[in-house]
Design a protein around this ligand. Structure first.
Ligand SMILES: Nc1ncnc2c1ncn2[C@@H]1O[C@H](COP(=O)(O)OP(=O)(O)OP(=O)(O)O)[C@@H](O)[C@H]1O
Ligand SMILES: [Mg+2]
Length: 259
């Protein structure tokens, strides 16, 4: 029996800009499970980012519930939401969005100091460990403009997980990277998932989506389909045949949804 970590009930979101209403999320009921790596695919403009922002407390839904650990976070005030985002959720975006006048080390350390129950020395140790693990030791004292695109995105992953969040939300985290850097970032996400973190990643790329053990298809404001896969096996991740087989399963599922 899988344990639910995050779920929605009749989640809807309507944007109003210049008097024009855009209904983006209709009435979304979705259940995400602890320890899963869930990918979300769907056409551009269908509302995937909006869904991710509402699920992660970055944006408020128009109506409906978002339940995390038994509480409806859609009803939280800004103070409780920011505490939740700092302690329990991590975020990775398409652009690394690092603070330009802080070093890579400092970009990871600043949110790290917000973690409850950890002193300064423990935080520095946690940041050091992550910097090493993400392969950033050589460039830890560089500013973002002195780092490559792949290094910056690995730093963004480190920043997302420095507070040991329960869930990592990623919106097209490899969308701006070349193939080699994408694989590195995906490997890091897969590794974090194997250690028990739940991951929710939006992607346009089938090859990235099949990192997940579950792929959701989002269209016209609702989840239209879902594919279950075996958990990603790192022992085979270098094997083209392994990746191709998962991709073929996802492609035939997507064609059945008339993607
Ligand atoms: N702040 C906003 N105000 C008004 N409309 C918005 C706002 N943000 C998004 N939208 C609209 O909501 C719809 C869904 O946008 P969203 O960014 O969630 O789509 P998406 O599926 O993530 O697309 P993509 O794959 O291109 O990133 C689009 O029609 C978009 O124009
Ligand atoms: Mg988007």
């Amino acid at each position: 029996m899988r344990e639910t970590i995050l779920s929605t009930r009749r989640l809807s979101k309507t944007y109003v800009a210049d008097g024009v209403q855009t209904h983006v999320l209709g009435s979304v009921d979705v259940e995400l499970y602890k320890g899963d790596f869930t990918s979300i695919m769907g056409p551009s403009g269908s509302g995937k980012s909006t869904l991710l922002y509402c699920l992660s407390g970055m944006d408020a839904p128009t109506s409906g519930q978002v339940v995390f650990e038994g509480e409806d976070i859609a009803r939280f005030d800004e103070e409780r939401l920011s505490a939740l985002r700092a302690q329990s959720f991590g975020f990775v975006f398409q652009a690394a969005n690092l603070v330009s006048n802080l070093t890579l080390f400092e970009n990871v350390a600043v949110p790290g100091y917000l973690k409850h129950g950890r002193n300064a020395a423990e935080t520095r140790r946690a940041v050091d460990d992550l910097i090493n693990r993400m392969g950033l030791s050589e460039v830890a004292s560089h500013l973002p403009r002195q780092a490559s695109g792949g290094q910056k995105q690995r730093c963004a992953v480190a920043r997302a997980v420095v507070n040991e969040p329960a869930i990592v939300f990623a919106d097209e985290p490899t969308g701006a990277l070349n193939r080699a850097n994408s694989i590195e970032v995906l490997d890091l996400l897969s590794e974090l998932n194997r250690e028990g973190k739940s991951i929710l990643m939006v992607t346009h790329d089938v090859r990235s989506a099949v990192r997940g053990n579950r792929v959701l298809y989002f269209e016209d404001g609702a989840i239209r389909g879902e594919l279950e896969l075996s958990p990603w096996d790192p022992a085979h991740s270098e094997e083209e045949a392994y990746v191709c087989e998962r991709e073929a399963m996802a492609n035939s599922w997507l064609s059945s949804l008339a993607w």
